[in-house]
Design a protein around this ligand. Structure first.
Ligand SMILES: [Zn+2]
Length: 267
């Protein structure tokens, strides 16, 4: 489906009785769409499904002070169960200023099983006037029980999807061979990868996606589910540094060596 059509479908939902209590947005444009949708849901006078940008709700939203909006980002170790419990409490609190509450859970794939199960309980018995919007890079990196509770929208292009599939095959192969590789070979691969920043980013994104799949049991890796989630969280943080161009060369070595260690230890 084209992006514009998707956006229109979302717009049509604002203020509609068909509004669901849980949405899952995937793909590279997911976060922006989630923010637009949140703003539109909270706006006092939305026009054609978009936030007006002028009403008091919009002004608070833009200033980051809207009491009905909670934007949850993953801390260093991914989404913790305490965070999801806190979210649960907030959802059941009534805030007088806002008849509608919107919870945006960014990078929902960075949830361990306990946190995901806690979220699942909220999604199964959602409090009134609450909308939960989850964003994730890929649908297949989330627990199927969470996915099935959400209305899903993908904001990835066909080209993105195709390239990702090829990269993922290579990444899965690499992760399966990793435990039996000698350390010298891992360092050699790291050196090779450092030469081309764009290809490296694609490779790491693919590794991350395979690790997320392994963490929820959708693909098998020798390192097992728990180590796969640990590795994914480690990589998310490291990729963040890479994007900021911090000590690029050293980081690539560290990422691959940590993965190598994880792949050889008992999960
Ligand atoms: Zn407004």
């Amino acid at each position: 489906m084209e992006l514009t059509t998707l956006s229109r479908r979302l717009q049509a939902l604002t203020g509609s009785p068909q509004l669901s209590h849980a949405y899952l947005f995937c793909g590279s444009g997911a976060l922006q769409q989630a923010l637009n949708f949140s703003a539109a849901l909270l706006c006092g006078q939305p026009a054609e499904g978009s936030a007006c940008g002028h009403c008091s709700a919009c002004i608070h939203f833009l200033a980051g002070t809207h009491s009905g909006f909670q934007w949850i980002t993953a801390s260093g170790g991914g989404h913790k169960i305490e965070t999801i419990r806190h979210l649960h409490k907030l959802a059941y609190l009534s805030t007088l200023e806002s008849p509608m509450k919107v919870f945006l859970l960014q990078d929902a794939e960075l949830m361990g099983e306990p946190a995901a199960n806690c979220l699942l309980k909220i999604l199964e018995e959602p409090p009134e006037n609450c909308v939960f919007i989850l964003t994730a890079n890929h649908l297949d990196s989330l627990l199927p029980t969470i996915v099935s509770r959400c209305q899903r929208f993908s904001f990835a292009s066909d080209e993105e999807t195709e390239t990702a599939a090829v990269d993922m095959q290579a990444a899965a192969c690499f992760l399966r061979e990793l435990p039996s590789m000698p350390i010298s070979q891992v360092l050699l691969i790291a050196k090779e990868r450092e030469k081309d920043a764009a290809a490296q980013e694609g490779f790491f994104a693919a590794l991350l996606r395979v690790l997320h799949q392994a963490a929820v049991g959708k693909t098998e890796l020798p390192m097992g589910r728990k180590k796969a989630l640990d590795s994914a969280i480690m990589m998310e943080n490291a990729i963040d540094y890479l994007r900021k161009r911090v000590r690029q060369q050293l980081l690539t070595d560290v990422i691959l060596l940590r993965l190598w260690q994880n792949s050889r230890s008992e999960g």
